[in-house]
Design a protein around this ligand. Structure first.
Ligand SMILES: [Zn+2]
Ligand SMILES: [Zn+2]
Length: 127
């Protein structure tokens, strides 16, 4: 059954919603995720891109991913909360940060990515 996920930024200016995609929720320890979250890793929830809607302001930053193709990180331009990640390679999904969910408890990660890039102070749990 299609599950609707909603969330937004700290200040409340940016709000989003979308349908949960049938691919794993994951945590990622790559350097990009460390820098974009300000922590040791990201916690990502996949939504179906064509159902994804945002109300309010949003800024998006383009990077080059590990595959050499573009990836994007979006955030609230007022409070700076990270909102989404998306990539050309996985164009059918928009990934939202678990901490931006209205109900963060719905995040149930089943995969760990780039565990080899983890910082010594943020050791991945073994799966
Ligand atoms: Zn905000
Ligand atoms: Zn990452």
């Amino acid at each position: 059954m299609a599950e609707t996920i909603s969330g937004g930024c700290k200040c409340g200016a940016a709000r989003y919603r979308g349908t949960l995609a049938d691919v794993p929720m994951f945590r990622c320890y790559c350097r990009d995720c460390q820098q974009l979250t300000g922590g040791g890793h990201s916690e990502m929830v996949p939504l179906i891109a064509e159902t994804f809607q945002v109300d309010g302001p949003r800024a998006e930053y383009q990077m080059t991913g590990g595959s050499g193709r573009p990836t994007w990180s979006s955030f609230c331009p007022t409070c700076g909360s990270p909102l989404t990640r998306r990539s050309e390679r996985m164009a059918h999904c928009v990934y939202v940060h678990a901490s931006s969910l209205d109900e963060p408890g719905r995040y149930t990660p089943s995969r760990t990515l780039h565990a080899d890039a983890a910082q010594p102070w943020d050791t991945p749990f073994s799966e």
